[in-house]
Design a protein around this ligand. Structure first.
Ligand code: MLT
Length: 325
């Protein structure tokens, strides 16, 4: 009898313990998984936000780089291995949507296997070549690539990376099929470009602005429809004749499925606070990143946006014929 009563009380005890853990969260460092190399564009955003969020949360936000397969290794880890206890979060970009079309077998479902914290920043891309590439402007680049399509190579961060997506659109616009050289992020891809080992790279302003300003690379334009404040003199690819060429990199923050909603909400509030931190705002503005409007900083907004991006990019990618198993 007594045993039965004790047994009946167990679920209530676990609920009470769970509620206590949620109310005290976080009591130890929080990990933010980045699916690309340290020092690259996603890492730069994660570390900026993380440093500010550490102040709000009262615990360090530790960035952990889990690399490989265009971001899908990190996503798989968060979806399938990480505990939904509020101590692992994940930042990813458009690749969360594009991977569904790029990979025939994906170990996770982006729309089912995560909790959705919020969007954060939008980042333009820039089209670059190694410094000694023999094309001074976009017109010359187009002519050179078309004439040398068997020789020119394109650095990317693998299938699922935005550098690959942008490169895919460039190849489509120029009607060429270039050799793609994959890296585990655009930080190592940029090193290869600076070292002259690869020819072309389409990469985010969060990494490229310092290299463009230092004159270390050839720069042909930005991938937004309008010019951007951080590079006001730089023409868009669209205005130079690549009609409707547009790639904007959006970022979402996720948690493993089953992470308690009160923790997801508190993480959402911490990201919002970071995006209003003057240091973060300045760093993002200097690097061309745009903080998304408050209305987009919601869990539901991210999930809806992700679905719309899967619908948008699926046909473009399937038409390209470039897939991974
Ligand atoms: C990175 O952080 O290395 C990039 O976001 C990779 C990419 O998607 O091009």
């Amino acid at each position: 009898m007594l045993f039965n009563r004790l047994l009946a009380a167990v679920p209530a005890l676990f609920i009470a313990m769970g509620a206590h853990a949620q109310a005290n969260w976080p009591t130890k460092p929080v990990t933010l998984v980045v699916p690309f190399a340290a020092g690259g564009p996603t890492d730069v955003v994660a570390r900026s936000l993380g440093a500010s969020m550490s102040k709000t949360l009262g615990q360090t936000v530790v960035v952990e780089n889990k690399l490989g397969a265009g971001g899908t290794v990190g996503a798989t880890y968060v979806a399938k291995q990480a505990a939904p206890d509020g101590y692992t979060f994940f930042i990813h970009h458009n690749g969360m949507a594009t991977s569904t079309a790029l990979y025939r077998k994906l170990a996770y479902d982006p729309l089912k296997d995560f909790e959705y914290v919020t969007q954060a920043v939008d980042v333009p891309m820039t089209l670059l070549a190694r410094k000694d590439f023999p094309a001074r402007d976009l017109k010359e680049l187009i002519a050179y690539v078309k004439a040398n399509k068997d020789k020119v190579n394109l650095a990317t961060a693998g299938l699922g990376a935005v550098s690959q997506l942008c490169g895919l659109m460039l190849q489509r616009a120029l009607d060429v099929n270039l050799t793609e050289v994959p890296f585990q992020g655009t930080a190592p891809a940029m090193n290869a470009l600076l070292g002259g080992q690869v020819d072309i790279l389409c990469d985010q302003t969060t990494q490229t602005i310092p290299q463009i300003k230092a004159g270390n690379v050839k720069f042909y334009g930005v991938t937004t429809k309008s010019r951007i404040k951080a590079l006001p003199d730089a023409p868009t690819l669209h205005e130079q004749g690549l009609k409707d060429f547009e790639v904007v990199v959006w970022h979402g923050i996720y948690a493993p499925k089953g992470t308690p909603r009160p923790i997801v909400d508190r993480m959402n509030a911490a990201v919002r606070a970071a995006l209003k931190d003057p240091d973060v705002m300045k760093r993002m503005a200097d690097l061309g990143a745009e903080i998304v409007p408050d209305a987009k900083l919601t869990s539901e907004g991210l999930q809806t946006w992700l679905k719309s991006e899967i619908d948008r990019w699926g046909p473009v990618i399937r038409a390209s014929g470039k897939f991974a198993d």
